[in-house]
Design a binder for this molecule. Sequence first.
Ligand code: PEP
Length: 265
Amino acid sequence: MQKPSKKSTSKKLIVANWKMNPLKGSEAKKMFLGISKIANNLKNVETVICPPLVYLESLGQLVENRSCVLGAQDAFWEHSGAYTGQVSPDMVFNTKARYVIVGHSERRAMGETDEMVNKKIKSILQFPLIPIVCVGENTRDEDGLYIKDLKIQIRRSLAGLTPFELSRVVIAYEPVWAIGAKAKGVCTPAECREIVQVIQQVAADLSESADHARRITILYGGSVDITNAEGFLENGSVQGLLIGRASLDPKAFTQILKIAEKASK
Ligand code: PEP
């Protein structure tokens, strides 16, 4: 078994979730090269591009260094066998990918449960791969009851991990109401900061160690663009960002990378 991949502690982690885009491999290549040209030269930022699975292998050949690496948008918990349409962490690792997004709200909306997310995380952690676990409430209520549900979601998703395994996980706080073109509201850095504390508290309970919990990398995701990236990085108590739409525009995305480079100094 190879050594587990280590997260960098001081660098900002900026993750691009391309979702089901672009339509052609040639376009994916162009986008990746445009981004990596800038990303490869940043000292204080680790960039992770998560393209559709079908492009991972070919984009892997374009990875030059550890400043700009690849991630998958999902992986199944079984290693191989009769699971039509699934891709295992083994296969993901055999491309040059080093991260895997798990439990994105768009997958949860298609039926993925906390238990399924938990199985996937455990399977991914058997490899030198880092799971980026998405958590977040669908809506907020004035009484703050959503926090109770969020804690349950985090606890179930991370159940049974050892403190060491927990310290290898990246958690992306993605309030569903603030994600995507149909976002119903805007999450502020102050609101994000409050939830980071909640995540750290749950992680401390799970690992029985506040120290281990503090080492967990937490990202914010939800309509991040060039206008608000700095606010989340400076005032959101997060170590990085998970970016959807803005990551499809190499110009805007590389501008965010430069903002992150500045914020990490
Ligand atoms: C996402 O879906 O993970 C996301 C953050 O999307 P967007 O940046 O488009 O809100």
